[in-house]
Ligand binder design. Structure first.
Ligand code: GDP
Length: 598
């Protein structure tokens, strides 16, 4: 008897899949969007975001449904060698350790509340916190630390205490996606309003599951049915209408429905199988940061992986330090914080920024180096998201997506532009309109663009001043048009990869060499910054009598004996320039950076 399995269907393409794969990677492997994968997973009762990992069984089932035949990625010699190298590198702390499924344990969901102004976000957060203080905690005064945890039926839920999609997207724009579930608050007497729509788009762009809380049902004017119908118009199809989004009537005022809401949060969390390995060095995100006159910099962190303990040495963005003490949301001292737990950490050298990721590192020297590294990277300009840059990426095959935010003066113009753009997607390029709105370009639009690497097109609208400043800092491309045809034409060129990026040079500042010092490894110039600002690691050239004698980077920057990130106009400093040690008095050091522009 011959032993062989059935031959695959002749049409099935073969694909090798690893033991574990993220939803996004699976989509890339199978040549479809993450959304397609998420839909297939949902059919199988699995709710996952694009960053979540699925196992081989689930991945192969999805692959099969999409016309592939999957096989396990049994390790060949090359892969084994690669894996060995990877684990060495991991031990050396260069890349992240892959988590073993067996080490993962369920963790509480992290929830952000969003919705239109005055629909009751703050009231809801307060009501939940108050009703869920357990008996053992009575007497403990709740502290506003930026996040808190409640317990229901023995399960914990973590709430981010800064409601709103602006804060949510600002965290994402800084690289942190800490939220697992969004609670969308809609007042039953007011229904869907502009910021409700923004919140929906921001949550969708982040691919985070939504639960609707229809609030203020105690009011006589409450009309929950209208809310549900208005939501459908915005593609939020609630369970009652055959969709998968729960809509729970609540009152933050009377407390009605709060338990039901919390139970639904747990349900969605359960389906999403949120897991983390508590037995490893902690990693997570800074959600708030302040300076206390007595206790020094205090940072509220949410642990995402591992367990944070007293005496751990952590790096958070450009800050570092040893955890001297930790406090929970009741102000109580704690000695450890497992995954999804918010705690206030005391012991950092400076206040990190909300959205900065943090991680426990080996020793204080490592932490200092890592912090300085981050600081250096931040002074180097990040990659701008411009239409030209995306066009270049498309031409080079580096991306298949163009994310667009449309702002226009009327509903009609916005819809017309949306429809023309959505029709345009080239075979290989997906054009995703992630948000539209009838108003000027706002700061919230810019943050969404940063977080989602999108460009913003405005038709007959302006950019708010605050938004313009953020766009310059975050290097977001905002394009204004008066003629629809020109807008469409530009985007079309980008989609076809025909828009060549152009680099513009921006001078940041100048310093004049007033003395030359010999140091270990070369010479540095004792300078006075004569205009602008000079940053460490900035691009730089040395000018002598108006001629350029050298071009590289600022390799060291000191004030007195301290290494510093930047020195501003009017201050003295020592500057070292990479691969250059023939400074002369009177040399001008010109610091600059480049930007991609049209
Ligand atoms: P936010 O701007 O979304 O944070 O809204 P707030 O929580 O500040 O609430 C706005 C107003 O609505 C306040 O006056 C609250 O007292 C009121 N409010 C919030 N929730 C309820 C509710 O369930 N019922 C009633 N009647 N009023 C509410």
């Amino acid at each position: 008897m011959t032993q062989r399995s059935d031959p695959p269907a002749p049409t099935a393409k073969k694909i090798r899949l690893p033991r574990q794969i993220t939803v996004r990677e699976l989509g890339e492997e199978l040549g479809v969007s993450g959304i397609e994968i998420i839909k297939e997973l949902m059919k199988r009762g699995v709710m996952a975001s694009v960053n979540q990992t699925v196992d081989y069984e689930m991945a192969s089932a999805v692959a099969q449904a999409l016309g592939w035949e999957a096989e396990t990625d049994a390790m060949g010699i090359a892969e084994a060698a690669e894996a060995a190298e990877a684990s060495v590198a991991a031990v050396e702390g260069e890349i992240e350790v892959e988590e073993d499924e067996a080490d993962l344990q369920l963790r509480p969901p992290v929830v952000t509340v969003m919705g239109h102004v005055d629909h009751g976000k703050t009231s809801l957060l307060d009501a939940i916190r108050k009703t869920k203080v357990t008996a053992s905690e009575v007497g403990a005064i709740t502290q506003h630390i930026g996040a808190y945890q409640v317990e229901i039926n023995g399960h914990k839920i973590t709430f981010i205490d800064t409601p709103g999609h602006e804060a949510f997207t600002a965290l994402r724009a800084r690289g942190a996606s800490v939220t697992d579930i969004v609670v969308l608050v809609v007042a039953a007497d007011d229904s869907v309003m502009p910021q409700t729509i923004e919140a929906i788009d921001h949550a969708k762009a982040a691919k985070v599951p939504i639960i609707v809380a229809i609030n203020k049902i105690d009011l006589p004017a409450a009309n929950a049915d209208k809310v549900k119908q208005d939501l459908v118009q915005r593609s939020i199809v609630i369970e009652e209408f055959g969709g998968d989004i729960p809509a729970i009537p609540v009152s933050a005022k009377t407390g009605e429905g709060l338990d039901n809401l919390l139970e639904h949060i747990l349900l969605v969390a359960e389906v999403a199988e949120l897991k983390a390995n508590p037995n490893r060095p902690a990693e997570g995100v800074i959600v708030e940061s302040e300076k206390d006159t007595n206790r020094g910099p205090l940072a509220t962190v949410i642990v995402q992986k591992g367990t944070l303990r007293i005496s751990d040495i952590i790096v958070a963005g450009g800050s570092y330090g040893k955890v001297k003490a930790m406090f929970d949301d009741k102000g109580q001292r704690v000695t450890e914080a497992p995954p999804s737990t918010p705690v206030v950490v005391m012991g950092l050298n400076t206040g990190p920024r909300p959205g900065d990721p943090f991680a426990v590192v080996g020793d204080e020297r490592d932490s200092r180096e890592a912090a300085e590294q981050t600081a250096r990277e931040e002074t180097e300009a990040g990659r701008a998201v411009t239409l030209e840059a995306v066009s270049g990426d498309i031409a080079a095959g580096r991306t298949k997506d163009l994310n667009v935010i449309i702002k226009g003066d009327t509903n009609g113009s916005v819809e017309a532009i949306r429809q023309s753009l959505e029709r345009m997607g080239e075979v290989d390029v997906r054009l995703n309109v992630i948000h539209t709105g009838v108003s000027n370009v706002t700061e919230s639009d810019v943050m969404l663009a940063t977080a989602s690497r999108a460009i913003i097109v405005g038709f007959h609208v302006k950019t708010d001043t605050g938004a313009r400043l953020v766009a310059e800092r975050e290097r977001v491309d905002i394009r204004h048009y008066q003629i629809i045809y020109e807008l469409i034409e530009d985007v079309e060129k980008a989609v076809k990869g025909l828009m060549a990026p152009v680099f513009l040079e921006i001078i940041d500042g100048h310093a004049e060499a007033r003395a030359v010092f010999r140091v270990r490894g070369g010479r540095i110039a004792g300078c006075m910054v004569t205009d602008g600002i000079v940053r460490r690691n900035s691009l730089a050239r040395v000018l002598r009598d108006g001629e350029m004698v050298h071009e590289s980077r600022v390799s060291s920057l000191r004030r007195f004996t301290e290494d510093v990130r930047e020195v501003a106009n009017g201050l003295e400093c020592g500057i070292g320039v990479e691969k250059f040690d023939t400074f002369k008095e009177g040399d001008i050091i010109e610091a600059f950076h480049t930007e991609q522009r049209g």
